[in-house]
Design a protein around this ligand. Structure first.
Ligand SMILES: Nc1ncnc2c1ncn2[C@@H]1O[C@H](COP(=O)(O)OP(=O)(O)OP(=O)(O)O)[C@@H](O)[C@H]1O
Length: 601
């Protein structure tokens, strides 16, 4: 297989591309033949050979049509190949994405992945559609024309070759540091894109906090570097580019060839027919080099895109068992689990062992970065453990297919995705057969029915992009309704009440309580009040499980959890005292707040 990423990636449409190149080659041959026919026509005109004139005229018309039709066909074939390739690559990538570890997808981010699937695939379309027919033109025309020129007059052929070589030397000067400049240019352009997205997305925050100056400065700086790269590129390659344009331009070539040809003609060393043919062919030969530059640029640009697409397709899929096992019980077991996100990093989870009995409620607590979310994500196989085992009902997660695992585990994260669709379909996600009554019953249990009914179209109200028309708490309750409807035996709640205001929180808690009925629940806790009654609390610190047990026992132990609980209670009792004479916060209050913030992330 070719090493060139462009040719590797277009393999699925190779046949069609070769066909387009063949058509384009034939069109180039017809074009050269057309120029030769013109020379014969001029000769026939001057010598008044009417029979020759008529057949050259007919062949001229036929060749013009043939060259045009072939060229059109070549472009249409290459465009169809481009569209087919777009479709094939997008399908291949979305199928592959569906098999990748969720952790990879979430770490890369939607922006980066959609850029590959949209922009890079589009860049490849331009390469396939526009450059493949140009390949034939840029290579075939100069060779054929040179052969025809040699046939008419070797001196004119040599002169055309000299002009062509001068043009090529100039062009190589232009291309000298093209790769480096192109890389700098791409980076600068991407920086501008990132800065502009950041500027617009962070608008509400930056306008309130720094008047937009900081992120505007970053944008301004990115624009400035972009301009500097472009100016440098223009300055460094500009003179050579202009000179090569001048040399390869038809008019100067024509003038040089005309001067030399006229000299030979006056000394009767060249026939009129050969002179006309040399002028036409020589000019065409040199001009045929012009597409090289745009071709080169197109090829380099699509190489970057092709490499990114190939890289994405090369990310290993989450291994699936040949024969899937199904758990028959729903207890969870972590056995000597070690995990790091990447080989350069220290272990994020160190020798974790715990058991969550079926139908029990377990809370995970600990400082920010202690490893709580990692535990939750490993349970959903966002990543596989480095060593140790995670089991559900005594079945290793890796022995279950993703479908089996997902049919047993439901998640409610803090930022759950709502589709741009009706609320009904958002609740029914993945359960197309669920009846309207089932959807409504789930929404009632999730405490969402009343606010849904108050919306203009009730359950048929379309949710704005990423649920923007709903409050954080309302979106959460829709997700809870979704999880209630799915009714999976294991439930993982991550920061489920983090964004709720006090009114929403009461409703959320009621919804969650209904959701948690009859399930094995693991909850990442941010408000200790919500987990006091958990069957067990697991306290993590820097990737280690340091304490474990129900609330009252952990309080008796008077360890890290007890301190966390104290800090939490102090923070809860804290209130803002607005007096006319502002006092600094008392040391105990500050310490309590600090402690609560540090421990309950
Ligand atoms: N995608 C990632 N790549 C690399 N390191 C990560 C990644 N996600 C988390 N980490 C690191 O792993 C460690 C544990 O993070 P984790 O999110 O599990 O902690 P947490 O207890 O859930 O924290 P928080 O309550 O703030 O969410 C942290 O040091 C964090 O920086």
């Amino acid at each position: 297989m070719s090493k060139d990423p462009n040719w590797r990636i277009i393999a699925p449409v190779k046949q069609q591309i070769y066909f387009a190149i063949l058509l384009s080659t034939l069109s180039a041959i017809a074009t050269v033949a057309l120029l030769v026919a013109i020379a014969y026509l001029v000769q026939a005109l001057l010598q008044q050979q009417w029979s020759t004139l008529s057949w050259t005229l007919i062949s001229l018309i036929v060749l013009t049509i043939v060259a045009y039709v072939l060229r059109l066909q070549a472009f249409s074939q290459s465009h169809y190949a481009g569209y087919r390739l777009e479709e094939i690559l997008r399908k291949q990538m979305s199928l592959h994405l569906g098999q990748l570890p969720l952790g990879y997808v979430t770490t890369q981010g939607a922006g980066a992945i959609s850029k590959v699937m949209q922009d890079d695939v589009r860049a490849l379309h331009s390469f396939v559609a526009d450059s493949t027919p140009l390949y034939a033109r840029a290579y075939v025309v100069p060779v054929l024309t040179f052969a025809a020129l040699l046939w008419f007059d070797w001196r004119m052929a040599l002169l055309s070759l000299v002009i062509l070589v001068c043009g090529m030397i100039m062009m190589s000067l232009v291309m000298r540091n093209h790769q480096e400049m192109n890389q700098l240019y791409n980076t600068a352009r991407e920086n501008v894109n990132t800065a502009v997205i950041e500027y617009v997305q962070a608008m509400p925050v930056v306008r309130t906090f720094d008047g937009g100056q900081k992120s505007f400065k970053r944008y301004e700086h990115a624009l400035l570097s972009y301009k500097e790269i472009l100016t440098r590129w223009y300055r460094e390659s500009g003179p050579a580019a202009r000179l090569s344009m001048l040399i390869l331009n038809p008019l100067p070539t024509f003038v040089i060839l005309l001067a030399a040809g006229s000299y030979l003609w006056l000394h009767e060393q060249i026939s009129t027919q050969a002179l006309v043919a040399s002028l036409l062919l020589g000019t065409g030969m040199v001009e045929a080099l012009m597409p090289y530059m745009s071709l080169y640029h197109l090829i380099e640009k699509s190489k970057v895109s092709a490499t990114r697409i190939l890289d994405l397709l090369a990310v290993p899929a989450l291994p699936q068992p040949e024969l899937t096992q199904r758990p028959e019980q729903y207890d969870i077991c972590f056995e000597q689990v070690n995990f790091r996100y990447n080989p350069q990093q220290d272990l994020v989870l160190k020798d974790i062992n715990f058991h969550v009995p079926a139908l029990s409620f377990t809370a995970l607590v600990g400082a920010s970065g202690a490893g709580k979310s990692t535990i939750a994500k490993l349970l959903a196989r966002f990543w596989d453990v480095d060593s140790g085992q995670i089991k559900i009902g005594n079945v290793d997660l890796r022995a279950m297919s993703s479908q089996v695992l997902m049919s047993n585990v439901a998640f409610v994260f803090q930022d759950n995705f709502l589709f741009f669709d009706s609320i009904r379909n958002n609740i029914r996600l993945g359960l197309a057969h669920a009846s309207d009554q089932d959807v409504e019953a789930a929404a009632r249990l999730a405490q969402a029915h009343d606010f849904i009914m108050a919306l203009p179209d009730g359950y048929d109200t379309a949710v704005g992009e990423r649920g923007t028309s709903l409050s954080g708490g309302q979106r959460q309750r829709i997700t809870i309704a979704r999880a209630i409807l799915q009714n999976r035996p294991i439930l993982i709640l991550d920061e489920a009440t983090a964004f709720a205001d006090s009114e929403n929180e009461a409703l959320l808690m009621a919804g969650l309580k209904n959701l948690m009925q009859g399930k094995t629940v693991i909850m990442i806790a941010h408000r200790l009040s919500t987990i006091q009654h958990a069957d067990q609390i697991l306290m993590f610190d820097q990737g280690q499980l340091i304490e474990q047990g129900p609330h009252h026992l952990l309080i008796q132990q008077n360890g890290a959890y007890a301190k966390l609980w104290q800090a939490f209670q102090q923070a809860r009792d804290w209130h803002i005292d607005i007096s006319s004479d502002p006092q600094p916060a008392s040391p105990t209050t500050s310490a309590a707040l600090q402690g609560a913030q540090n421990h309950v992330s």
